[in-house]
Every structure is written in C-alpha cells, then in structure tokens.
Design a protein around this ligand. Structure first.
Ligand code: RBZ
Ligand code: NIO
Length: 355
C-alpha cells in the first residue's frame, strides 16, 4: 500500500472520552461555565487529538514548504520568481517575518525546498526538491499525478520525523511567488467559486495586473479541466508543490495525532484539499488569523471553520501560526494551572450554564 493510502486510511476520529473529561475539568475551574470561550474549546479539541486531558505544547515547529510556480510567467505576481529562493534563504538566516515570529513564540522553524527552481544550499535547509518549479497552469498541468502524490508524501514524511522528535504542535507556512494564483485555482476547481470571489491581490498588484490574474486563472481552469471529485487531480493540474507538501503535513498531523495550525490562504487551501481527501482531518486543524485575501473566508466556510485572530494580515509564510501558538499555550496553562471550586471549597451550584 502506498504511504498516502496508509495515512488516509489510518486517520481516526478524536477521542471523545478525553474531550468529555476535559470539558468536566473546565467546568470545575473557578470561573463561570464557558467563560473562557475559545481557550476552552481549544483545550477540548487538543485533548481529543492526543487522548489526554492535560497536554503540553512546549515543542512547537513551523514547517515552511518552498516551491516555484510556472504560472508567474503570465505576470500574475508583483514580485519576480527569484524572490522565492531569496526569501527562503532569508528565512533560514532568521531575517523574515516568520523567522522573527517563530522565535518569539519559542517555535522551531523547518524550511523545506520541495520545488524551488534554483539550486540552493544552506545548513538548515531540508532538501526534498521534486522538480525545478511547476509548469505554467495557464498552458497545461502544473505537474503530473505522481509528482503531486510525491509532494504530499514529502509532507507526511516531514511530520513523521517531527512526531519521532517529540513535537507536539505544528504550524504550516509556505514561500512561493505566484502561489495565491494556484490557491485560487484550486478553490475554484473544488467549489465552483467565481473568479471575482476567489481571486485576490496576493502580494500586491496594479488594477490591470489584477484583471490579468483573473483571466489567467480562468484559463487555467478551462484548459486543465480539473476533476472536482478528485482532489489529487485538482492539485496536480492547477496546484503547486508547496501546497502538495502542506497537504501532506495536514494528513500526517492527523495520522500522528498532533494539533496543526492553519495560516493564510495557501495553507488554508492545502487544509481544504486534505479535508476533501479525508474529512476527519478537519478535527486536527486549528485556524489562526483571518487573512485579508478574499478567498480565505470561502475556504473557512467550506470547512465550517472559524478563524481565531483578526489582525489584518496578508503575508503568508506561516505568520499567523506562531501568534496562534501563544493562544494555544494560554489554553493549556488554564486547564493545567487554574484552581477548581473543590480545591477552593467553594460551591458552584449558583452558576448558570450559558454556553
Ligand atoms: C518579498 C515577499 C515576501 C513574501 N513572503 C511571503 N510572501 C507571500 O507572497 C507570495 C504569494 O503572493 P503572489 O501570489 O502575489 O506572488 C508567497 O510567496 C507568499 O508566501 C511574500 C511575497 C513577497 C513579494
Ligand atoms: O494570506 C496569505 O496567506 C497571503 C496573502 C497574500 C500573499 N501571500 C499570502
């Protein structure tokens, strides 16, 4: 059996008993019932993921998948393709937004070259290049089906390593000029969303270039005819290797029962593909911020998920995740360290459950 099929078939539902026990503990803490809102639902979700009431999220890792996208030759991005390689190196040198925010959140950062169209080397780089960038989706498929599966399996493999190393919280990031175009194309292919609703300005575009971007994405759908019922076909035809790697991260985290945080649109589209491959994966995902890219809200709606942070961010790289890590840490601390009514010899019968 292929690794992908093994993982898809091995994802189990959350542990209901651990969730019930966690909810009971939360209700026993010295506070009105339900009053810590999402700090409570996060604790319940993470208990369901690990099967334990009390959990540590002290070993965190951001995984950044970096790859190039052939569609940039159509002029859909404000930045030249070389920025993918340059910014990937900057990440490992601690200079980018994701480097700074990861460090601040006490998270490790692992950067994977899964398809950058330059040969780069760095002592910190995880080299898992599948090909030197994808094909231009406005002219043909991004990659073939075997490459898409290979990309997903790279993500699974990285998470397997993280699991072995004892990581207990994962965040998903990417670097790939042009990947807001591939993300929009995937979303349209999967959901039938309109170009108007699903295409945004990405890293920034002139009004003329924005019109061109919509036309190019429309052409990519028309030419490739991705099969909505087959998420891997969609990924191979109009996606990218960065997204493939992230799909693998979501599948791997669900398989190994590690909570995994979603960043902006690219990470969210990868989450959506994983969800379409196996809907149970959604239970393992934790959204972070609400990206300003318009497609973000459509993706969340499709998965019935709600972002936790509203920060007017639209960068990508994974930047929402380390911010969310800190909220998750707060949730773990509440569950572990707050006193119970019983410990305080107080009576909580007067509390009305208004959840
Ligand atoms: C300097 C720079 C740093 C970035 N860091 C993340 N992105 C973000 O922008 C890219 C997607 O936008 P588009 O589809 O418009 O090319 C991705 O690399 C994403 O991570 C960046 C973009 C730039 C220019
Ligand atoms: O929200 C994102 O993920 C995003 C937005 C613009 C450009 N790159 C990424």
């Amino acid at each position: 059996m292929s690794i992908l099929n093994k993982v898809l078939g091995g994802i189990k539902p959350l542990d209901n008993e651990a969730q019930v026990k966690t909810a009971e503990r939360l209700d026993s803490l010295i506070k009105p019932i339900g009053s810590l809102g999402k700090l409570e639902s996060l604790a319940i979700q993470i208990a369901g993921i690990t099967g334990e009431v009390l959990n540590k999220t002290d070993k965190k890792c951001m995984v950044v998948m970096a790859a190039d996208n052939g569609v940039v030759e159509e002029g859909v991005s404000s930045a030249p393709q070389d920025i993918t390689a340059i910014q990937t190196i900057n990440m490992m040198n601690g200079l980018t937004a994701i480097s700074v925010l990861s460090k601040q959140a006490k998270s490790d950062l692992k950067v994977v070259d899964i398809g950058i169209c330059h040969d780069i080397s760095h002592e910190k780089l995880i080299s898992r290049k599948i090909r030197m960038g994808t094909g231009n989706i406005a002219k043909g498929p991004a990659m073939d089906r075997a490459e898409a599966i290979q990309g997903i399996e790279v993500g699974i493999d990285i998470v397997q390593d993280l699991h072995k190393e004892g990581y207990n919280l994962i965040g998903t990031g990417e670097m790939g000029i042009g990947n807001t175009s591939t993300s929009s194309a995937i979303l349209i292919a999967l959901t039938g969303a309109t170009l108007e609703a699903a295409v945004g300005m990405g890293a920034g575009l002139s009004p003329e270039a924005f019109e061109k971007k919509k036309e190019v994405i429309g052409r990519a759908i028309e030419i490739n005819k991705p099969d909505k019922a087959d998420p891997i076909d969609v990924l191979a035809k109009v996606g990218g290797l960065d997204i493939a790697g992230l799909v693998g991260c979501f599948l791997g985290a669900s398989y190994y029962r590690i909570p995994i945080v979603i960043d902006g649109v690219i990470s969210a589209v990868a989450a959506l593909l994983a969800y379409k491959l196996n809907p149970l994966t959604r239970e393992y995902m934790i959204p972070s911020h609400s990206s300003l890219e318009p497609s973000y809200r459509l993706i969340m709606k499709e998965m019935n998920l709600e972002p936790n942070l509203y920060l007017n961010m639209r960068l990508g790289e994974g930047t929402g995740c380390p911010l969310m890590f800190q909220i998750i840490d707060a949730s773990m601390a509440i569950l572990k360290d707050m006193a119970t009514f019983q410990e305080m010899s107080m009576n909580n019968d007067f509390l009305i459950d208004i959840r």
